[in-house]
Design a protein around this ligand. Sequence first.
Ligand code: ATP
Length: 238
Amino acid sequence: MTALLRVEGLTAGYGGVPVLHDVDLAVPEGTICAVLGANGAGKTTLLRTLSGMVRPDRGRILLDGSDLRGLPVEQLIRRGLAHVPEGRGVIDELTVEENLWLGGLFRADRRALRGPLREAYELFPALYARRRHAGHQLSGGERQMLALARALVAKPRLMLLDEPSLGLAPLVVAQIMALLRRLRDDGGLTVLLVEQNVRSALSVADSAVVMAQGRVVAADSAGALVGDDALRHAYLGF
Ligand code: ATP
């Protein structure tokens, strides 16, 4: 299987302080790859570097074979990259519908946004019911749904998803994981999923990488990682 996302020797950090060291990664199209590891392992920094928020010092970020480094954000979006950041990035003062429109800001065919918006509402009926409500009126679960829906409006091929389960009730987490499964299976979406909730992540992921101190210390199928007792005890805490 060819990889939609291929990361080679990625090294990056903040203000000259290195955080990521020589990270390699390959995610086949239409699969979910979980990025696991303790607090501070560098998972968020990896996503930020992939989406251009942190400039890499070395290495390559290939989407479908072409290098994304240095491209402006609208180019990244047009090439099919969507980043749903930690904290979700919902704008509190805007309504649900206005937040969704923002997801289509950089689409080449902005007039054709009605279709994606309708699809988003079909996927998230609760958001349709709340479409005139402001972001700050939503529950944590609804905010996460809105962040996902907004990313989907841009019709991404690769979604970078940072801690979608953070602060949510188990039932809502299960709904989000079921949705990711559906987007992968029915829509062919590729997902890089950062999660502290290891069990949830491995329940949906095809493959996983484990990070520690800015390095990838293990990469395998999700099933193989779950079956590796030493690795689970050392890095995954169960
Ligand atoms: P968490 O789950 O806690 O978010 P993480 O695995 O996502 O952890 P990062 O947030 O990527 O890890 O942090 C990796 C390292 O980079 C940490 O040592 C952190 O202190 C440092 N770091 C993160 N953001 C910044 C920043 N904006 N400026 C400087 N250092 C940072």
